[in-house]
Design a protein around this ligand. Structure first.
Ligand code: C2E
Ligand code: MG
Ligand code: MG
Length: 697
């Protein structure tokens, strides 16, 4: 703080004096109330200062003019800049009350008196005191501010780092230390490289500094490394601080650790896309996935289906048992649904008791229908809440992409409309958006259910058709042909249900049943025949898979039937060498002494290379070549060629569908080994087959 400048005469001039002319009388002046003063400054006519007259002296001679009253020994004037101490000393020494004050150029300036000095000093003292108090107040204030500022600095949640223009760290706050793990002592003097994670290349930092230089600011997300090595994301803002000359003196970096923000962001994202109650995707996420499915479907020409599901008795439950109970039911339903579907499918909750299932990549309507039925069956099972079991049930509407709609909204709308129809039909059902398709599929599904029941109830049976050696007319084989007698007594042929069983995966169970039945009843047929009877069994292409031979042979073993009595019939397309598992299956069969026949030969691709490449023992010429054999020369030629070729390959030849004696006769002359057909015997029940064998033996 600057020292207080010393007071001078000009600073403490007396306000109470009057200017008078040398020739004026004191009495005249003193009686004029306006001009009364304790001292008078006397001037001559030319305006020159002559001296001072104090009122107390003049009052002794009131009639005199001021020229007379000026005592000869006038005190010497003081110059304006005379220090006040000197002035005071003179006043006391000279015994006068007033001294004239002149400016540097000698002009009269005013009067200084003991009183004026005293009051001036008092005023100054007062001013100084006030100034001091103000200063103290300001200081206190500043001190407080500084404390506040430093506690703000340290209390900030954001980390702060101040560097000089060479990026040496000068100052850090507590949050810096908390976030990075480096104390102020460790950080100060280092550069921010201390925190580099290695996750950003030089290009990143170059761009950062370019922006600080050009924009005066950089702000963004950056990965840094804590002292303990952990890498974390922070939101950083770097700004230069300029000095008064506009030069960059410091850089201030303010950052916050956003690892928690990111967790929060993930949580928020979850909230935005998932249903809080069940944890399933919500409408928003479903719409996103639908959009993706549509885009993908259009690109890759893939189909998908939308199943709109609504619980049947939920409203009642909610009303009678309360929302809490209802919530438990919804949670249980959600768990059941997500557990039952493929991970590639989406189950979403739209709200209330409405759910949507997005089935990806489903080509066959039957497969969609089956899943729909599976879901309904699942939800028809009681739900256990605490110790209670409740039945909810559901109805379901189905819309398919691309047939029923090409965009998410249309698909949802159509599935919803189909759901409405399902509810109308009576609850616990599904309904396809298209009526025609719906009816067709319903029938199919009913058929599959009936077939399943047929398996359980024993309404399936095997018919046997004899195979005759043309040379001597003896029965050398019996082909097992599957039959299904329905509840109303009608007999259903395999062509009507084998395909269905194949599509719905029932074929394995069916195949196992047929084999077990052959193994079980075959013994009787063999015993009834006195030659080495071959029992023919038809296998579907879908039964060809790894392990099929083991399964088949084990089944025979179980019932004590030797494999050499078995002739496995497979169609040409089923035998296509491309199919995985064909060769091992055939090899295992032939090794176990079973025969392998190519069924319906001539209707498929008739790949001769295949006949040579695979271990095949028999060739069955399809009925279509035999039918017109008597009249069609071409057919005769073809059959002859087939027989010759088969023989050349060492295969036995069977003609299928022989209905007349002429056909049998012709086939024999063409060199055919065996024949099968109505002429020799229709497919018949076991008892008939047995007696036929006994008769022919
Ligand atoms: P396939 O193996 O070619 O069986 C011969 C079919 O021709 C049988 O029909 C038989 O009744 C019929 N047939 C026999 N002789 C004559 C004839 O002189 N004239 C006419 N018009 N037809 C004759 P079916 O029993 O209806 O069987 C049809 C097909 O179903 C079979 O053809 C076979 O591929 C399949 N199949 C039958 N049983 C089974 C089985 O247990 N499993 C599998 N996977 N398929 C089977
Ligand atoms: Mg057959
Ligand atoms: Mg056939």
């Amino acid at each position: 703080m600057n020292a207080v400048p010393p007071l001078r005469a000009c600073d403490l001039l007396c306000p109470r004096w009057h200017r008078v002319e040398a020739l004026e009388r004191y009495r005249d002046v003193a009686t004029d109330a306006q001009r009364q003063a304790p001292v008078y400054a006397v001037f001559d006519e030319a305006g020159s200062f002559l001296g001072l007259v104090e009122a107390r002296h003049a009052a002794v001679f009131p009639g005199r003019v001021f020229a007379d009253l000026i005592v000869r020994r006038q005190p010497l004037p003081v110059s304006a800049d005379t220090e006040i101490d000197t002035v005071l000393e003179r006043l006391q020494r000279e015994g006068v009350d007033h001294l004239p004050v002149l400016e540097a150029d000698g002009r009269f300036m005013g009067v200084v008196s003991q009183l004026s000095i005293f009051t001036g000093l008092c005023a100054r003292e007062r001013a100084l005191r006030a100034e001091r108090e103000r200063l103290i107040e300001r200081l206190t204030c500043e001190l407080e501010h500084r404390e506040v500022a430093s506690s703000v600095f340290d209390g900030m949640l954001e980390g702060v780092m101040v560097t000089d223009d060479e990026q040496r760290i000068l100052l850090v706050n507590r949050a810096f230390a908390d976030t990075t793990g480096y104390s102020a002592e460790e950080a100060i003097g280092q550069t921010p490289r201390l925190l580099h994670s290695g996750r950003h290349g030089p290009e990143f930092y170059r761009e950062m500094w370019r922006l600080i230089d050009t924009e005066g600011l950089w702000e963004g997300e950056i990965r840094n490394r804590r002292k303990n090595g952990e890498i974390y994301p922070e939101w950083l803002r770097i700004q230069p601080v300029l000095d008064t000359a506009g030069q960059r003196r410091y850089y201030v970096g303010i950052f916050s650790d956003i690892s928690q923000h990111q967790e929060m962001r993930a949580k928020l994202l979850h909230l935005a896309y998932y249903d809080v109650l069940t944890g399933l995707p919500n409408r928003q996420l479903l719409m996103d996935r639908l959009q993706q499915a549509v885009a993908h479907g259009q690109r890759a020409h893939e189909a998908f289906a939308l199943l709109y599901l609504d619980l049947d008795r939920f409203k009642d439950l909610n009303d009678t048992r309360g929302h809490r109970f209802g919530d438990q039911v919804l949670i249980a339903v959600a768990q059941r649904l997500s557990g039952a579907l493929r991970t590639s499918d989406t189950v979403a909750r739209l709200g209330g008791d409405e759910f949507v299932i997005l089935l990806n990549d489903v080509r066959q309507d039957a497969a969609i229908a089956e899943t729909a039925q599976k879901v309904l069956d699942l939800l028809a099972q009681p739900v256990e809440i605490g110790n209670e079991r409740v039945y909810v049930g559901a109805s379901l509407g189905i819309a398919r992409f691309p047939e029923d709609g090409q965009d998410p909204d249309t698909l949802i709308m159509k599935a919803d409309a189909a759901l409405y129809r399902a509810k109308e039909d009576g609850r616990g059902r599904y309904h396809f958006h298209s009526d025609l398709l719906h009816d067709r599929l319903r029938q199919r599904i009913q058929r599959v259910q009936a077939l399943r029941q047929a398996l359980e109830l024993g309404s399936l049976w095997l018919a046997w058709q004899p195979q005759v050696r043309l040379a001597d007319g003896r029965i050398v084989g019996m082909e097992a042909l599957l039959r299904w007698t329905e509840a109303d007594g009608t007999s259903v042929k395999p062509d009507e249900f084998i395909g269905l069983a194949e599509e719905t995966g029932l074929i394995d169970t069916l195949g196992d049943w047929v084999l077990a039945e052959i193994a079980r009843t075959g013994q009787g047929l063999i015993a009834a025949s006195c030659i080495d009877l071959r029992l023919g069994v038809n296998l579907s292409a879908l039964q060809i898979k790894p392990g099929a031979a083991d399964r088949l042979l084990r089944m025979l073993q179980l019932h004590g039937l030797s494999a050499r009595h078995l002739m496995v019939e497979l169609t040409e397309s089923a035998l296509s060498t491309q199919r995985e598992g064909v060769r091992p299956l055939l090899e295992s069969l032939v090794e176990a002494s079973a025969g392998v026949a190519v069924d319906d030969f001539g209707t498929g691709c008739s790949n001769l290379a295949m006949l040579k490449a695979l271990p095949i023992t028999q060739l069955k010429i399809d009925r279509s070549f035999v039918m017109d054999l008597e009249h069609d020369v071409n057919d005769r030629q073809i059959v002859l060629a087939m027989i010759d070729m088969a023989h050349a390959l060492g295969l036995e030849v069977v003609a299928e569908g022989v209905e007349t004696a002429e056909q049998a006769q012709l086939l024999q002359t063409l060199g055919c080994d065996l024949a099968q057909g109505y002429y020799f015997g229709r497919p018949m029940p076991l008892a008939h087959a047995l007696s036929m064998l006994q008769g022919s033996a």
